[in-house]
Design a protein around this ligand. Structure first.
Ligand code: GRG
Length: 296
C-alpha cells in the first residue's frame, strides 16, 4: 500500500503542479501563496481515493485527475483558512510555516478563496466526460459548503471550550454530525465523484458512498487519536493542540481505547459496503485498513 500510495502521490503532485499558474504570474504574491499552500506535501488522500475509485470501474487515472486535483485544491484552501488566527491559529502545517505566517493574513485568506474558485474552474474546463460536469460541481459544492465541510467547521468552533457541559448522548450526536460534515463529506464526494465519472450504476454508487462515509468518519477519529498519541504528526500541529483547545473529539469523550475500537468498527463497515464488487475492491479495502494504522 505504501508503494502504491507514493506512486499515486507523485502522479497527483505532477497534475496539481500543471493546473496551478506559475509563481511569476501577475500578481506574483497570490500565485506564490497558492503554490506554497498546495505543493507543500500532504498525503493526497482525497485525490488518491478518487483515482482508486476510478480504477475500481476500470477508468484511467487521466479521466479522474482533474476532479482529483479539484478535491486537493478545496482541501488545501480549508487548511489555509483553518490555520488562520481567527480559527485554529496554527504556525506550522505539514511541517512548514503556515501560509499566513509566510504571506500574511490577507494573502492567505485570498489564496484560500482563489483555490476554492479554481477547483470549480478545473472541473468545468478539464473533465472529459462533459455530461457529468453539472452533477460533479453540484456534489462538490454541497460537500464543501454550509451543510458540508463549512458546517462541520462551525460545529467544531461552537463546541470547543464549551462553557455548558452537555449530556454525553447529546455530545456524541453533535460529534458525529461534526465529523460527517467537516471530514467525511469531502472524503465521500472524492469517491462519489469518481464513481459518477465512471458511470457507476445506482447500487454501485450507494456502496461507494457508504464505504467513503465510514472511511471518512474513521479517518477523523484516527486523526484525533494521532493528535494525542504521536510525538509529531504531519499536520505539523503541536501534538495535543486539540486537547489544549478543549475540542470535542472521540478520544476526549470516550477515551483512547474506545475511540480506537470505534474507528476499527467503522473501517469494517466501510469494507463490508464494498462486498458487491468482489475481489476488484481489494485495494480500496486495503486503503481503509492502512488509514487505521497510519502514523500521520
Ligand atoms: C476553515 C473552510 C474551513 C474548513 C475547515 C478541513 C477543515 C475544515 C479544517 C482542517 C483541519 C482539520 C483537522 C480538519 C479535519 C479533516 C482533516 C483530518 C484534515 C487533515 O487532512 P489530511 O490528514 O491532511 O488528509 P494532509 O496534510 O495529509 O493533506
Amino acid at each position: 500500500m505504501e508503494t502504491y500510495l507514493s506512486t499515486k502521490r507523485r502522479l497527483v503532485n505532477q497534475a496539481l503542479n500543471k493546473y496551478l499558474l506559475p509563481s511569476f504570474t501577475f500578481p506574483e504574491t497570490i500565485h506564490q501563496a497558492i503554490r506554497y499552500s498546495v505543493l507543500n506535501g500532504g498525503k493526497r488522500l482525497r485525490a488518491i481515493l478518487a483515482l482508486m475509485t476510478g480504477e475500481l470501474f476500470g477508468v484511467t487515472n487521466n479521466k479522474v485527475m482533474p476532479f482529483a486535483c479539484a478535491l486537493e485544491f478545496i482541501h488545501a484552501y480549508s487548511l489555509v483558512h483553518d490555520d488562520l488566527p481567527a480559527m485554529d491559529n496554527d504556525d506550522i502545517r505539514r511541517g512548514k510555516p503556515t501560509c499566513h505566517k509566510v504571506f500574511g493574513e490577507p494573502i492567505a485568506i485570498l489564496s484560500g478563496d482563489a483555490l476554492l474558485t479554481l477547483s470549480f474552474q478545473i472541473v468545468a474546463e478539464k473533465i472529459q466526460h462533459k455530461k457529468i460536469i453539472p452533477e460533479l460541481i453540484s456534489e462538490l459544492a454541497r460537500a464543501a459548503g454550509s451543510v458540508g465541510m463549512i458546517g462541520g467547521q462551525v460545529l467544531d468552533i461552537e463546541n470547543e471550550n464549551s462553557p455548558n457541559p452537555a449530556p454525553a448522548g447529546h455530545k456524541k450526536r453533535v460529534l458525529e454530525q461534526m465529523h460527517l460534515r467537516k471530514t467525511a463529506a469531502m472524503i465521500t464526494v472524492s469517491a462519489r465523484g469518481a464513481a459518477l465519472i465512471s458511470n457507476a450504476r445506482q447500487k454501485q454508487l450507494s456502496a461507494i458512498t457508504s464505504y467513503a462515509r465510514n472511511l471518512g468518519l474513521s479517518f477523523q477519529i484516527v486523526d484525533d487519536i494521532l493528535d494525542i498519541s504521536s510525538s509529531k504528526n504531519n499536520l505539523g500541529k503541536t501534538p495535543g493542540k486539540d486537547v489544549k483547545m478543549n475540542k470535542l473529539t472521540y478520544p476526549a469523550l470516550i477515551g483512547l481505547e474506545r475511540a480506537n475500537k470505534k474507528a476499527k468498527r467503522l473501517v469494517e463497515k466501510a469494507k463490508k459496503a464494498l462486498d458487491i464488487f468482489g475481489k476488484k475492491a481489494h485495494l480500496l479495502k486495503q486503503l481503509a485498513d492502512y488509514l487505521l494504522i497510519r502514523k500521520r
